[in-house]
Design a protein around this ligand. Structure first.
Ligand code: ZN
Ligand code: ZN
Length: 468
């Protein structure tokens, strides 16, 4: 069963929801860290502040028993670190050394311990998210393509390859070190002048409003910045892996071309990329390399109109005969069939077959909701005869099929007579079967109510119908 555009859109939606969940988890981690900073800074303040607040000269004194107890408490708060990655353990060792220098360094080391723990949590979260997304994508590919066990092994190996993880992981630690340095710098800057209770509050002040966002002054904002970085890594790495799983699967299965499916609210760049679809597999842009971080677009094997029609027929449950009837309608039989019905003749032969197929086929198409227009090209006697049928308040029941054009599509607005249905609900949407995208067809004998008739500013005769 090939992949459908609908499935791809659903997949994008699913990933966006997972991203939002990750954001929430991430925010919780960062809030916890902020509370941790607050707790330790307050403890130091209460223990050591004098009339000048907490100062650098106090910070430069040797560590006391109380300090050591604080340090040990922070250390044991990390829990079991034996399963931590080496880069984290190394950093804890470094901080243990720094903590022995003096009070100021010990305070800094405590704050950094929290950042190390935070980074480990984020690293695990990202790894698990990316892994889950990759595995699910492999499953999706397995369902869409009949992969041999060798091929399956190859796609699965993409998820477990350590190379990709190495890069984002290293970047995450670089970010983390930078955050640690900045937090320490911010605290030291206040210690220089004597940290007051007010300073303590302003250091921890969060600015939700972007215009007041001050990562160079507020620890809270600086942490938020790191939170945004992490969000970006989650999305980007998940998208990178999914793209690789997809491309590898397509290559192995001889997919020649791919279509670009944009995420909801896609940027101009991605919309332009999608506009140039389909791409030959070798030339298809890669995500995120050729797009940007946070890109949630996706690529799927190109569907020809025939493919799309086949998929739609299957979903709608259209028989081969019904499909043929619908195709014959759009390819020209409409005129002959309708004029027979209009003049109350009984269609025979192929025309009758088309009519029967169309009747059952149309009933399977979804109903269109929205505004519809129909232009009528009549003049003279024919026109006046025609207009007599539309008495406001009366019913209009044409014996033929009635075709309308969606207001969103181009239609002939110049015709003298225009029929409009402002809130259509019961016409059949031919676009659902990938046929004349803008056309909505009413079954023969449909019942309309004439709501109003009038001349508009352009001297056109407007007939307003209701279809319910
Ligand atoms: Zn984009
Ligand atoms: Zn995109």
């Amino acid at each position: 069963m090939p992949l459908t555009i609908q499935q791809e859109r659903q997949r994008i939606q699913q990933l966006i929801e997972l991203d939002n969940q990750s954001d929430q988890d991430g925010s919780a981690y960062y809030s916890e860290y902020l509370a941790y900073v607050r707790e330790h800074l307050t403890a130091f303040y209460q223990k050591y502040a004098d009339e000048n607040g907490l100062t650098l000269s106090q910070a430069a004194t040797r560590i006391s028993k109380w300090d050591l107890a604080e340090w040990k408490q922070a250390l044991s708060g990390l829990g079991d670190i034996s399963s931590w990655p080496q880069e984290a353990v190394n950093r804890v060792k470094e901080q243990t050394y720094a903590a022995g220098i003096d009070k100021g360094h010990l305070l800094g080391a405590i704050l950094i311990l929290g950042i190390i723990a935070l980074t480990v949590r984020q690293q695990r979260h990202i790894a698990s998210r990316v892994n889950t997304d990759g595995k699910y994508e492999v499953k999706r590919m397995l369902q869409a393509f009949k992969l041999t066990s060798k091929q399956k092994k190859r796609v699965t190996s993409i998820i477990t390859q350590p190379e990709t993880r190495k890069i984002w992981s290293r970047n995450l630690w670089v970010d983390s070190d930078k955050l640690a340095g900045d937090v320490q710098f911010l605290v030291n800057r206040h210690l220089k002048h004597g940290m007051s209770l007010n300073d303590l509050t302003s250091i921890l002040d969060e600015h939700a409003n972007m215009s007041q966002f001050k990562p160079s002054q507020s620890v809270a904002d600086r942490i938020k910045q790191m939170e945004f970085n992490t969000r970006r890594i989650v999305r980007t790495e998940s998208a990178r892996l999914i793209d690789e799983v997809n491309m590898t699967t397509y290559q192995m299965n001889g997919v020649k071309e791919v279509d670009w499916i944009t995420e909801p609210g896609a940027c101009i760049k991605c919309q332009a990329i999608a506009g140039d679809s389909p791409y030959s597999l070798d030339e298809a842009p890669l995500i995120p390399r050729d797009t940007h971080p946070n890109c949630r677009c996706i690529k799927m094997p190109h569907l020809s109109v025939m493919d799309k029609r086949q998929l739609a027929a299957k979903t709608l449950g259209l028989t081969a005969e019904e499909q043929a009837g619908l195709l014959r309608w759009v390819s020209g039989d409409s005129y002959k069939l309708n004029s027979a019905l209009y003049s109350s003749q009984k269609p025979t032969g192929l025309l009758k077959t088309t009519m029967d197929e169309l009747d059952t086929g149309l009933a399977k198409l979804p109903k269109f909701e929205g505004e519809l227009w129909r232009s009528v090209e009549l003049s003279g006697k024919e026109l006046s005869n025609y207009l007599w049928k539309f008495e406001p308040g009366s019913n209009y029941v044409p014996s033929e099929y009635l075709a309308f054009t969606k207001a969103s599509s181009l239609y002939n607005g110049n015709a003298k007579v225009q029929i409009v249905i402002k809130h259509a609900t019961s016409g059949r949407n031919l676009g659902a079967f990938n046929l004349s995208e803008g056309e909505v067809l009413y079954e023969r004998g449909s019942n309309f109510k004439v709501a109003d008739t009038y001349m508009d500013d352009a001297n056109r005769f407007i007939i307003e119908l209701e279809d319910h």
